[in-house]
Structure formats: structure tokens, C-alpha cells
Write a protein that binds this ligand. Structure first.
Ligand code: PLP
Ligand code: SF4
Length: 335
């Protein structure tokens, strides 16, 4: 991220939480009362993709449990070094879909804008863990992306993504939204973010203002993989967004050893709904290098998808999909 300091102001709570994150696995493990050897911590894996876990999210990890489903999403482990055919640096063809620096245009009508490479948390299974953000994002590069959007009348939705767009300050985001709203053919603004889950104080009044005070219709898509990630603080943080009428959706990734059983996925849908969020997508893992140990076989994924369809109300069933480079949409896996 191109960090710009704000010397005249005290950092907001969420900015402090973002900076104060655990950046050394051993510090997190000490808090959890877990010896590094008991959890399979790998320094080589941590060197390949930096470790980062904000404290509010870390507080939801169970003490003393080496298999905790939150811990396993963020812990660097030796199997990340495993190579396997088909696990590559850019499994979904993001670079080929880049029409201007940071602007991915794959699907008809909606374009995705990478506004930063920074994330509050580093998820080990991240499909963009090797994305060369340095070549694509940054304030100075926005002009070209916005010019391209303005010249693409068939695009009516813009998706702010990254990295995590909510890593940026509200002033920057408000300015960006103003510029987007000035493009007449744009109708919807979508924000893809994990930060309301990882640092709930990030949902500030200023955020609600820029998200709702625009002529564009706004929608927020969160990223949560396990019910244990949604505590009362997260639910309370989402309340102002619900009150302002912003539709809240969730995407999850199907992850071996974390949420690959029907009861866990049902609990996730149920808990999301209680917090005012509807399940949207359940993604099959994108095959990025270093993530082989998270892969759930296709047959098993389909079986889980059918089981959810047969045991949940329709509105709590996420669409089980896979992303395949070159396809016109995500590919559904359960009819
Ligand atoms: C997933 C994705 C979208 C959004 O797809 P929806 O099916 O509308 O949620 C848009 N652009 C890119 C590049 C994507 O990867
Ligand atoms: S929050 Fe999203 S973009 Fe950031 S590391 Fe996690 S999966 Fe990747």
C-alpha cells in the first residue's frame, strides 16, 4: 500500500488496530498458549507470504487448540512449500483480464478495481497472494482505470477490491466514490472486504456516509469462512450498514480442515443471517501455489453443496462455484 501519514490527526481506532496486528506467529502462539512445534509453524512459509493477524480477530481463536479453524486460516505451515501440478501463481487469469493497471474486466457489466494491495489480515489460501500489486495499484494509477471505466458504457457496476479496499482511509475512498459517481453509466458500487470481520471498528460513520451518500446503489460483500469469526462485536458493527439499507452478502472459501463439513457450513449460514448477512458464494479453492493442503476434492465439494441445498432454507444456501479463467461467469458446481 502507498501509506500516507496523517500527522495532524490521531489515528482512528481501526488504524491503530491495523498497525497493532500480530506480525510474528510466535507472538500469536504465545497468546494462545501453543508451542510452535505443536502447530507445525514454518518459518519458510512465513517468509514466503508475510504473517498478519489483527488482534480483534485473534481474540476469537480458541486458546490451546492447535486445530482451531481460525488459526488454521492464518498459520504459516510447512505444506505451503509443497508443489503440485496446476497450483500456479495466477490461477484465475487475473493478469490477462487487466485492462488498465488495477482494473480487471472479466464479466459483462461489472469491472473490478484493485485499489490497494494491503489487507488487515493475511489469509494463507489467498488467491492473490502472489499478485504483483506494485505494478497495478496506487493513487497515481487510478486516473487510467477511471478513464477506461468512463469509456466503457456497458459497465454499470464497479467493484472495489484489492487487497482490501477498507485498508484505505475514508477520505480517500470518499473521493474515489465521488469520481466514480461522476461516470454517468455506472449504477452500482460494490465493496469486497474482510475488514468489518477482522477489525469491526473499521465500520465508521464516515464509511457509512460515503457508501450510502452516493447516487450509486451500494452493496457490501464480506468474506467469512467460519461462524466463529462472527462474534457480537462484528454483528454490532454491521448494524449501521443494515440500518442504512446496504445489502450485506458473504463469500466463503471451502477449506479443508476449516469448514469442509456440512454442519460447519450450516452454522456459518445461520450465524451470518443472525448478523444480517446473506450467503452469496462458496468458492472452491483457487489453485494458487502454496495452498495444496487446503484443497477439497471436487466430488466432496459437490456432495457438501447438495447436502446444504437439501438441509437449509433456499436463502441460506450459498452458490457453490469455481472460477475458471476465460469463462463468462463463476462456474456453478451444484445444479
Ligand atoms: C468474481 C469477480 C467478479 C464478480 O462476479 P459476480 O459473479 O458478479 O459476483 C467481477 N470481476 C472479477 C474480475 C471477478 O473475479
Ligand atoms: S483478506 Fe482477501 S485479499 Fe486479503 S489476504 Fe485474505 S483472502 Fe487475500
Amino acid at each position: 500500500m502507498i501509506a500516507r501519514s496523517q500527522p495532524e490527526n490521531e489515528p482512528a481506532d481501526w488504524q491503530h488496530a491495523q498497525r497493532d496486528a500480530f506480525t510474528r506467529p510466535t507472538d500469536l502462539l504465545a497468546m494462545l498458549g501453543l508451542p510452535a512445534a505443536a502447530v507445525g509453524l514454518s518459518d519458510a512459509a512465513a517468509a514466503a507470504f508475510a504473517f498478519r493477524v489483527p488482534r480483534p480477530w485473534a481474540a476469537r481463536i480458541r486458546r490451546g487448540d492447535p486445530d482451531d479453524p481460525l488459526l488454521r486460516q492464518v498459520l504459516p505451515v510447512a505444506p505451503e512449500g509443497r508443489a503440485r501440478a496446476g497450483f500456479v501463481t495466477d490461477p484465475v487469469g487475473d493478469r490477462a483480464a487487466e485492462r488498465a493497471p488495477g482494473l480487471l474486466y472479466k464479466y459483462r457489466g461489472r469491472a473490478l478495481l484493485l485499489v490497494t494491495g494491503a489487507c488487515a489480515i493475511h489469509c494463507r489460501y489467498c488467491f492473490r497472494r502472489e499478485f504483483p500489486y506494485g505494478e497495478s495499484v496506487g493513487h497515481a494509477r487510478l486516473d487510467a482505470a477511471l478513464a477506461l471505466l468512463a469509456a466503457a458504457p456497458d459497465v454499470d457496476e464497479v467493484i472495489l477490491s484489492g487487497g482490501d479496499p477498507l485498508s484505505l482511509r475514508d477520505e480517500r475512498l470518499a473521493e474515489l466514490v465521488t469520481r466514480l459517481a461522476a461516470i454517468p453509466h455506472l449504477r452500482r458500487l460494490r465493496v469486497h472486504t474482510r475488514v468489518p470481520v477482522t477489525i469491526p471498528t473499521r465500520v465508521t460513520p464516515a464509511l457509512v456516509d460515503w457508501l450510502c451518500g452516493t447516487r450509486l446503489s451500494s452493496v457490501m460483500v464480506l468474506h467469512t469462512n467460519h461462524a466463529q469469526e462472527i462474534d457480537d462485536e462484528v454483528a454490532a458493527a454491521l448494524a449501521p450498514l443494515r440500518a442504512a439499507g446496504v445489502p450485506l452478502l458473504n463469500q466463503a472459501v471451502l477449506l479443508k480442515g476449516i469448514n469442509d463439513d456440512a454442519q460447519t457450513l450450516r452454522e456459518l449460514s445461520t450465524r451470518l443471517f443472525e448478523a444480517g448477512v446473506l450467503p452469496y458464494y462458496l468458492h472452491l479453492l483457487d489453485r494458487v501455489r502454496g495452498t495444496t493442503h487446503f484443497a477439497v476434492p471436487l466430488r466432496r465439494a459437490r456432495q457438501l453443496g447438495r447436502e446444504l441445498r437439501d438441509t437449509l432454507p433456499g436463502y441460506l444456501v450459498p452458490k457453490l462455484v469455481r472460477e475458471q479463467a476465460g469463462r463468462p461467469s463463476k462456474t456453478p458446481l451444484v445444479p
